[in-house]
Design a protein around this ligand. Structure first.
Ligand SMILES: [Zn+2]
Length: 860
């Protein structure tokens, strides 16, 4: 009792004293007058900042109200989310600078060109600071603070602010993840009590699955700055390259018991392509954060835990473009006010910290603006000097059989300001064949060479063995493409065809026009699965070739290989005219060439009526979801099927499996997650469904669930005994343990391209991405492990400890098992990682479309 009393007392007396009602004065610098023509947040949204969590619609309303009230502000909607919410960028500066804004931007661009940057005077150029808030929607103090930043820089009066705005353009991106922010705001607001509840057990602080961190498809947008898969990032990267800010902030939250973090992060974990001066300037700006937080008696830390390695993160991406990216992490209230080891973390307290470091960032940028401009200029001087002296003159990368994938790579690169060309002639290089028009030529002597290097390098040496995220992202591995570096001897400008700036998805065509007999298309194209599903959904009967065949086409004899899709005309319910319309529309939209074949007798190989042409069922797919399951992996599959293949996916909460009739589906997916809470009845209904002929796709830890249920019999590789020293320093424990983590590396795989799961691939070598230490033995059945890790040369790029490297060779990546008449396909690795591992997506599509065709004698 006594103890409780003291705990209560200490909470009440803690200097962050509970504010029953936060006011604007609580946040704003006191010695400033404010223009009363500028609406305060409360005047527009109906409550004080921090009193409720701002919903995104109200946030937008406020930003437009501020913009309309002042000639200091312009506002631009740069994208819409999947849920149709606007993403906004406000630019705040003097009206004179606004009148001159094109020139200001132009000067910033000129700093990246050594031929033109010499005569610019950094002392006279305004600094551009981009304040970015709450890319993780349930780290909401940032977005709520954005209203304070917008108000302050618009309404503050006096010579100090006038001078600041003359010399700075402040960009405010109030919510980097509107869909997530709104999901979270609804959750915490609907649980807010009149009488403050600070108990961490309260439902308010424990969101339902999936939480507000992610976007509509449950992706982490703070990994998407490089892959630019989602509309939020695509719009944002365009804004970034339009403005080229000198400093860019990224305001997050961390655990409730933490304090406050600002970069620089762990020095040994900065990406080696980021120059040291970037970190020095980050530290110089950090002095300003320290000053402003010291004044308010806030605890904080730097140089620990968080790093600056993966260029897909908001605070790291800018570092490879001569900008200073800065990560902030605030202890989260995860609601309105929550108890912590430091007392009650109130939401207004969290909001204020984010506002304070917004102010310190802008102040530091103003003081350091000449240094920041100089840094940008010298960064690009160094880059261009290095690039012009390289032995490699160009990179050539592409897939001769897959225009869809080529398009996606070009699309990705185009967002990052990369100069590239279509390959103008056929080319052989490094033992690989590149086809005219089906590869990209990327000259290395160009402005963004550093970013290109980061995309295509294979790195296996590291100064540190810990990573906050992935340790590698080599593009030609992710896209599974041929790749060569051309030296001056191999390179000629004749190789460069049309310059590609804004690529369009290529159209396919129907070769030979309307058929009265059959259509055939290869499975190589990225969007071939979308075509197949589209045709199946119209009720068309389709078949897959399990052997090669050569037939006469309008272009002469053509050989088709494993996985080619056959659509006979005579056995369908639709007329040949209706079939042709569907075929033609699919070819155009999906970039797939479809061949009219008028004769069933093959020139060689199997005939079109052969039993080796296996009839296909249209996939009807469900996936289990809910607490304990990786929302990222469920989201990746949902995005892949919905956005790319246009296949409906039923997402079933695992608690509801009992009340669902599984016979409606022929494919069920279980991703990484915990399934220990499935009821006995649910487990039996899944097992019965498999035995009755269902295809169960397991990803990562779902494999362990199926093994414990005796649905499959796969074995972990027995680890070799590692000799451990008897005593180790306690202080090294976390580093030593962390060094055994595979945080995300790329491995060389060996794929059986004659196996249904290998259809659509032309080579047995394929790169796979792994972020686990799950090492499974290959099956004893020699046909049942269609993909495994290369035995002698497993590592392609990224970090892995020597101990784990010894283990991983020759272990399974995919195992096919059977149980009753069902098939169970176990993916040890994630084939849909972050929606940019385009090169492994086909493996997953193969499991959907061909899983049930796999012969039982070939299974584990
Ligand atoms: Zn975060």
């Amino acid at each position: 009792m006594k103890k409780q009393y003291f705990l209560l007392l200490s909470i009440l007396l803690f200097p962050l004293t509970l504010l029953s009602q936060p006011t604007l004065d609580y946040y704003l610098p006191a010695d400033v007058t404010y223009n009363s023509d500028i609406p305060t947040p409360a005047e527009v949204v109906g409550h004080e900042v921090g009193e409720w969590h701002i919903t995104h619609d109200k946030l937008v309303q406020y930003m437009y109200a501020v913009a309309e009230s002042s000639d200091r502000v312009t506002i631009h909607e740069y994208a819409r989310t999947y849920e149709n919410r606007p993403l906004l960028l406000l630019a705040i500066t003097t009206p004179e600078n606004h009148a001159n804004i094109d020139q200001i931007k132009e000067h910033h661009h000129r700093l990246t060109d050594p031929d033109q940057s010499g005569d610019l005077d950094p002392e006279t150029m305004p600094v551009i600071v981009n304040l970015g808030y709450s890319v993780h929607g349930n780290e909401a103090s940032g977005s709520n603070a954005s209203m304070l930043s917008a108000y302050y820089y618009t309404a503050a009066q006096g010579p100090e602010i006038d001078e600041l705005l003359e010399n700075a353009v402040i960009l405010i991106d109030p919510s980097l993840n509107p869909d997530g922010l709104n999901r979270f705001a609804s959750w915490v607001n609907m649980h807010k009590s009149k009488t403050t509840v600070t108990d961490p057990a309260s439902r308010e602080f424990n969101e339902v699955w999936p939480n507000g961190r992610t976007n509509h498809y449950w992706f982490d947008l703070n990994r998407d700055w490089m892959p630019v898969v989602h509309p939020e990032s695509r719009g944002r990267i365009q804004m970034y390259h339009e403005w080229r800010p000198n400093v860019l902030t990224d305001h997050h939250e961390m655990g409730t018991n933490a304090t406050y973090f600002f970069q620089p992060g762990v020095p040994s974990r900065t990406h080696p392509l980021t120059p040291q001066i970037n970190q020095d300037l980050t530290a110089a700006i950090g002095e300003y954060h320290a000053d402003i937080l010291d004044e308010e008696q806030r605890l904080y830390y730097t140089k620990e835990r968080f790093d600056d390695f993966y260029y897909g993160k908001g605070s790291t991406y800018p570092d490879v473009f001569g900008t200073i990216g800065i990560l902030f992490e605030q202890a989260s209230a995860r609601g309105h006010a929550q108890e912590s080891i430091h007392g009650v973390v109130e939401f207004p307290f969290a909001v204020k910290n984010q506002f304070l470091t917004s102010l310190s960032t802008v102040n530091a940028s103003l003081d350091l603006r000449a240094d920041l401009h100089d840094y940008r200029r010298s960064f690009y001087r160094d880059v261009m000097e290095e690039a012009s002296n390289l032995n490699t003159r160009a990179i050539v990368v592409g897939d001769a059989h897959d225009r869809g994938k080529n398009y996606h790579l070009a699309d990705l690169l185009s967002f990052h300001n990369i100069e590239m060309y279509e390959l103008a002639t056929d080319l052989q290089a490094d033992g690989q064949d590149f086809k005219e028009g089906r590869a990209l030529v990327i000259p290395t002597n160009q402005t963004e060479y550093k970013f290109i290097e980061s995309l295509f390098e294979e790195r296996t040496e590291f100064t540190d063995s810990l990573f906050y995220d992935v340790s590698t992202w080599t593009m030609h591995s992710a896209f599974n493409m041929d790749f060569a570096e051309l030296s001056s001897n191999q390179f000629s400008s004749d190789l460069m065809g049309n310059r590609i700036t804004a690529p369009d998805m290529p159209e396919g065509s129907v070769i030979g026009g309307q058929s009265e007999y059959a259509y055939v298309f290869e499975w190589d194209e990225y969007y071939a699965p979308r075509t197949l599903y589209r045709l199946q959904d119209l009720g068309l009967k389709t078949k897959v070739a399990t052997h090669f065949f050569e037939v006469m086409t309008d272009e002469g004899p053509k050989e088709f290989t494993y996985g080619a899709i056959l659509v006979p005309v005579g056995i369908q319910d639709l007329s040949s005219g209706e079939i042709y319309d569907a075929i033609r529309a699919s070819a155009q939209t999906d970039g797939v060439d479809i061949y009219n074949v008028e004769r069933g007798l093959a020139l060689s190989g199997v005939d079109l009526g052969s039993p080796s042409m296996i009839s296909l069922d249209k996939p009807s797919v469900a996936i289990l979801a809910g607490r304990g399951i990786s929302n990222l992996e469920v989201g990746e599959i949902w995005h892949q099927l919905d956005q790319r293949y246009e296949i409906p996916l039923t997402i079933i909460d695992k608690q509801r499996v009992n009340s669902v009739d599984l016979s409606r589906y022929n494919t069920l997916i279980m991703t990484n997650g915990w399934y220990g809470d499935l009821s006995g009845q649910a487990e039996s209904s899944i097992k019965d469904w498999v035995r009755d002929g269902g295809t169960l796709i397991l990803q990562r830890s779902a494999i362990e669930w199926a093994r414990s249920e005796e649905l499959i019999d796969v074995k972990n590789k027995e680890a070799e005994e590692i000799e451990q020293p008897e005593n180790l320093p306690y202080a090294d424990m976390q580093n030593l343990r962390g060094a055994q983590v595979v945080g995300g590396s790329i491995f060389n795989g060996v794929l059986d391209i004659t196996h249904p799961l290998g259809y659509g691939y032309r080579s047995e070598s394929i790169n796979i991405f792994r972020n686990s230490t799950r090492f499974l033995e290959k099956s004893e059945n020699p046909f049942a492990t269609p993909l495994y890790v290369h035995e002698d040369n497993p590592l392609a790029s990224g970090y892995i400890s020597d101990e784990n490297l010894d283990e991983i060779g020759n272990t399974a990546s995919i195992i096919v098992s059977s149980n009753g008449s069902g098939r169970i396909i176990s993916f040890v690795d994630n084939p849909n990682f972050r929606a940019f591992w385009y090169g492994n997506n086909k493996l997953f599509a193969n499991a959907l479309f061909f899983g049930d065709t796999i012969h039982s004698a070939s299974t584990n």
